[in-house]
Design a protein around this ligand. Structure first.
Ligand code: SAH
Ligand code: AVI
Length: 329
């Protein structure tokens, strides 16, 4: 059994350019790779390149969620935002904030200068987003926060209310239900009277439509998936060779979720400083993401457990995706 040489187009990051590894990341990766079903958190997709690849995914013909959510936002925000009187937009997992601009424009149309607090784990991408937004909206106070929303993060203080907490894109689906409930509970605890949650959820539908969205013909999702291994090489000095892993994405009907895996095409070992050698059998997989699909009842269940309730449920006409307004129960 041999350790892989990193080859071909993946060689660009083969030299371990890593600093001191983040101890929390090291512990999480060690635990995930020693579980019977090896698993890594999807938050490790999003270095700068991973965030760019995600942006590319959102433009793919098969990937319906982004354009569908955008169409609901475009139709609804010009009336919802003035109704709510939103003065501050706090956004979890903001990314490029491409769709958030629809909400910000609706805030500015009411005459309020407005405040935007994007929260994201991807520091360099968040900085880029903040710079662009300040340029586009000169009156807007943009206050980015780099944080892991799966953890206790410092809640933004001194917000102007009413605040709208937006969690778009269906990213809530990337959290296992107990973690999703903890996250929503933290948002609920931060909410005061007249604040609202605006949640985007991808809906349950024909399996082939969902599976196509995660197995695009151009292979962008496969590259996004493999990019996680480059993040581990860069951050931890690991020696994963992405070329020996295959992308696999399939729908699990019982749990109503897509699972993304990286499947080792050969038996080999990977060295991770601080962890040691990780053995992968031929055909063994690392689960890199779940993406849970919802209906109104499953969202109501998550909300109930988090002390929230659904104020408005708004799907698109094809019922592919829904935006949900949540209020403190
Ligand atoms: N909201 C955008 C981007 C979705 S991609 C949209 O709807 O298009 C998911 C975003 O969430 C990425 O920007 C990623 O960096 C961020 N993210 C994923 N896991 C996170 C975590 N645990 N903490 C903070 N941000 C996270
Ligand atoms: C960010 N998140 C909602 C995306 C999703 O669809 O679960 C991430 C993604 N994974 C593969 N394609 C897109």
């Amino acid at each position: 059994m041999t350790e892989p040489r990193i080859s071909g187009k993946w060689a660009r990051l083969s030299a371990p350019a890593y600093r001191q590894p983040n101890p929390r990341m090291l512990a999480e990766v060690a635990a995930g790779l020693s579980a019977p079903q090896k698993e890594l958190s999807p938050k490790y997709f999003y270095d700068h390149r991973g965030s760019e690849l995600f942006e590319e995914i959102t433009r793919l013909p098969e990937y319906y969620p982004t354009r569908t959510e955008r169409s609901i936002l475009a139709a609804w925000m010009p009336t919802l935002v003035p109704e709510l009187g939103t003065r501050t937009l706090v956004e979890l997992g903001a990314g490029s904030a491409e769709k958030s601009r629809i909400i910000i424009s609706a805030m500015q149309a009411t005459g309020a200068a407005g405040r935007y607090v994007p929260i994201d784990v991807s520091a360099s991408f968040l900085t880029q987003t903040a710079v662009q937004l300040r340029r586009e909206y000169p009156g807007l106070a943009v206050e980015p926060v780099v944080a892991d929303i799966a953890e206790e993060f410092e809640r933004p203080r001194g917000l102007t209310h009413p605040a709208l907490y937006a969690f778009l894109g269906g990213t809530i689906g990337n959290f296992y239900p107990p973690a999703a409930i903890r996250l929503l509970s933290r948002v609920r605890q931060a909410m005061v009277e007249n604040d609202r949650l605006l949640l985007g959820v991808d809906l349950r539908k024909d399996v082939s439509r969902i599976e196509a969205a995660y197995n695009d013909a151009q292979g962008v999702t496969a590259e996004f998936n493999r990019n996680m291994l480059l993040v581990l090489n860069h951050e931890l000095g690991a020696n994963f060779d992405p070329a020996v892993f295959e992308h696999r994405a399939f729908y699990e009907k019982v749990t109503h979720r897509i699972e993304m895996h990286l499947v080792s095409t050969l038996e080999h070992e990977v060295r991770i400083p601080g962890i040691g050698l990780v053995h992968l059998a031929e055909g063994e997989s690392i689960r890199t993401e779940i993406s849970c699909k919802h209906d109104q009842a499953s969202v109501a269940e998550l909300f109930l457990a988090a002390g929230l309730c659904i104020e408005t449920w708004r799907p698109d006409p094809e019922a592919l995706f829904a935006l949900v307004v949540g209020v403190v129960a």
